[in-house]
Design a protein around this ligand. Structure first.
Ligand SMILES: NC(=O)C1=CN([C@@H]2O[C@H](COP(=O)(O)OP(=O)(O)OC[C@H]3O[C@@H](n4cnc5c(N)ncnc54)[C@H](O)[C@@H]3O)[C@@H](O)[C@H]2O)C=CC1
Ligand SMILES: O=C(O)C(=O)[C@H](O)COP(=O)(O)O
Length: 383
């Protein structure tokens, strides 16, 4: 059996080495020729999986080690009887923790000691948005949920707000898939009208897909007075990021919100499980068996440490997006093609980043409320 796989999928040999021969290919530039004699195709988000890539091949299984599936022509695969599996939720913790770190930086920028006084509108309340909402509610935030597909299909529909209402929150964070069809398409969902309504005391975060925001309209809005603060992890037309937009964005990262080691390895595990099931093979391997001990495993705070400081220190020890922002801006030099290559290089050689759950917090004299708050951020808490 020949398995063609994006070379950026971690632990290919460990998970798939005894299932078949592995041919590693650069995901962004994969062509039909790379799939000659392949039975299985394993991708990440940068490979367009469609008729052009697969027509005439003998591939019978496609797996993507990602949450998003907008790079895959699911209808075409179904018509061809090609089995498909994604990795729903694999990196939801990672993205939720990216947002928590961004919120903490933003609260500091605004001079707020109590970050939970910010209202947060979550647009798209699935695996990622749902996990984020759970954490924020435990942390005492006032959270407004916007998810029209869920609002229409659930008894609890009244628990949701409209996009216009969500856009009034102090912080608006986007977690929808990229869709162009259906009753609630998200392509350019946040366009000129929505952006015009944002004011300078608001923060807009996008870690869903770049095309959910109309970036030309965003650039126009950012060029006018009283502009909102913007944190973008995803960009229209990646890997070709508009340098003008990059200049105007407060916190810029190269589509790495989901790049915790746990998130990536769980993505591989999920497609390994799906492929094994589809081939009738036993599922023997788990992501946990391949995760190394974290470099930083414990943080201790004395009784005199303030909760605000401890929160900032712990979150930034877990993940500090400013490091990615700096690396990203430094790398964006040269021609369009050089910058695009640099964008992919930053992602390919991304440093190991661990989730908050790998970090144990020791807080002298922690009471229940304090323990709960640190646990809500995803940390382990011991006394
Ligand atoms: N930046 C990154 O590294 C990552 C980005 N993502 C992106 O985040 C997206 C969301 O991930 P999950 O939460 O796991 O997906 P999910 O499928 O679990 O949830 C998506 C939610 O969005 C809702 N939705 C759909 N259309 C909507 C609309 N027009 N307005 C508001 N809500 C709408 C759906 O009803 C669903 O509840 C992925 O599709 C992917 O594109 C995911 C992981 C990492
Ligand atoms: O899971 C998703 O969806 C994502 O956006 C991934 O984190 C993107 O990573 P790559 O597949 O582009 O490496």
């Amino acid at each position: 059996m020949l398995i063609v796989a994006d070379e950026n999928i971690p632990l290919l040999d460990e998970f798939f080495g005894d299932i078949g021969e592995i041919r590693r290919v650069a995901g962004r530039s994969m062509t039909a020729g790379d799939l000659r004699d392949a039975d299985v195709l394993l991708v990440r988000s940068v490979t367009r999986v469609n008729r052009e890539l697969l027509d005439g091949s003998r591939v019978r299984f496609v797996g993507t080690a990602t949450i998003g599936t907008d790079h895959v022509d699911l209808d075409w695969l179904e018509r061809q009887g090609i089995r498909f599996s994604a990795a729903p939720g694999c990196n939801a913790n990672s993205v939720a923790e990216y947002v928590l770190s961004v919120l903490s930086l933003y609260a500091e920028k605004r001079g707020l000691d109590d970050w939970s006084q910010l209202t947060v509108g979550i647009v798209g309340v699935g695996n990622v948005g749902g996990e984020l909402a759970r954490r924020l509610k435990r942390l005492g935030f006032d959270v407004r949920l916007c998810d029209p597909p869920r609002a229409e299909s659930e008894d609890q529909g009244s628990a949701f707000v409209t996009l216009a209402q969500a856009m009034k929150c102090d912080v608006v964070t986007l977690h929808t898939p990229l869709t162009r069809q259906g009753s609630h398409p998200t392509f350019h969902m946040v366009g000129q009208q929505a952006l015009d309504g944002l004011g300078e005391s608001q923060l807009l975060i996008n870690s869903g897909r770049g095309e959910v925001i109309d970036s030309a309209a965003l650039l126009t809005r950012l060029g006018r007075g009283h502009a909102p603060t913007v944190a973008l992890d995803v960009w229209e037309q990646e890997p070709r990021v508009d340098p003008g937009l990059l200049d105007q964005v407060w916190l810029a990262t190269p589509h790495i919100a989901g790049y915790s080691l746990e998130g990536k390895v769980q993505g591989t595990e999920m497609i390994y499980r799906a492929l094994s099931r589809s081939l009738g093979l036993p599922v023997r391997k788990t992501a946990n068996q391949f995760l190394p001990e974290p470099a930083l495993s414990t943080l201790s705070f004395t009784r005199s440490a303030s909760e605000v400081e401890a929160t900032r220190i712990a979150l930034r020890a877990g993940y500090d997006p400013r490091r990615d922002d700096t690396r990203f801006r430094h790398a964006m030099t040269g021609s369009v093609e050089e910058r695009a290559a640099a964008f992919d290089r930053l992602r390919r050689h991304y440093p190991v980043r661990r989730e908050n759950s790998s970090l144990e917090i020791r807080f002298e004299g922690a009471n229940k409320a304090l323990r709960d708050r640190f646990q809500a951020m995803g940390f382990k808490l011991t006394s």
